[in-house]
Design a protein around this ligand. Structure first.
Ligand code: HEM
Ligand code: HEM
Length: 176
């Protein structure tokens, strides 16, 4: 059982829920985008790029908060395998929060076209113009997005199990 005082800090909780909403929106915008043509595709892509870069910036902030304030310890009676799974999946989620925007930005850099972020503001390329590299990064963006979605589903399942079955304070530590 985790005690009530044993919660994530306010900045950690705000960042967690804000980013959860942004990342979920991005997954659906991404899928909607590749399933649409013409105007709707362009419109969704105009949201996808700045939202993705905002996620990258917030991920840097979140990692800094995380390193400064270690999270509350998991309940002592939680089996070691579950603790390991929790830690591994959290670090995987952190890794994907960085990897997806960077691969998105990198693939557009490798494609060699100007990367319009908002209005006349362009992102600088972070990789050289290279078609072979683009051919690797474009599918990598898709695979990483699916991996993020699957990890999120496992995370959601675990969070709800802690909240509704174990009732051990793990869920509460992220909501208050
Ligand atoms: C957390 C951040 C991100 C998530 C979750 C995400 C997710 C997705 C998903 C689910 C797709 C559609 C699946 C597919 O590729 O077939 C997609 C496509 C795409 N994403 Fe992202 N993305 C992110 C960040 C970015 C960033 C920062 C950029 C560029 C600066 C970007 C550029 C693109 C482009 C250009 C496409 C393909 C559009 C097309 O071919 O029509 N993404 N993304
Ligand atoms: C895409 C969406 C989400 C992402 C990327 C995400 C990511 C994360 C990460 C990285 C942590 C570890 C925090 C740390 O150690 O600094 C965490 C913890 C947590 N998340 Fe999420 N999360 C998401 C959605 C959700 C949702 C929808 C729920 C609840 C229904 C939830 C509940 C929790 C809880 C309860 C914890 C605390 C776990 C613990 O005590 O160690 N998360 N999340």
């Amino acid at each position: 059982m985790r005690s009530d005082a044993n919660t994530f800090t306010l900045p950690a909780r705000v960042l967690h829920w804000l980013m959860a909403a942004m990342i979920l929106a991005m997954l659906f915008i991404g899928v909607g985008m590749v399933a649409s043509v013409s105007e709707r595709h362009e419109w969704l892509l105009r949201i996808h790029k700045p939202l993705g870069i905002a996620i990258l910036i917030l991920a840097v902030l979140r990692l800094a908060v995380r390193l400064r304030h270690p999270p509350p310890a998991l309940p002592v009676d939680l089996p070691a395998a579950q603790k390991l799974a929790a830690h591994a999946s959290h670090w995987l989620l952190y890794g994907l929060m960085f990897a997806l925007p960077l691969v998105g930005w990198g693939m557009l850099s490798a494609a060699g076209n100007p990367i319009v972020l908002i209005g006349s503001f362009h992102l600088p390329p972070i990789l050289p113009h290279d078609k072979a590299l683009y051919a690797i990064l474009r599918p990598a963006h898709t695979v990483l997005a699916y991996l993020l979605f699957v990890t999120f589903l496992a995370h959601l399942g675990a969070a709800l199990t802690h909240a509704l079955v174990f009732k051990d304070g793990v869920f509460r530590s992220m909501v208050k």
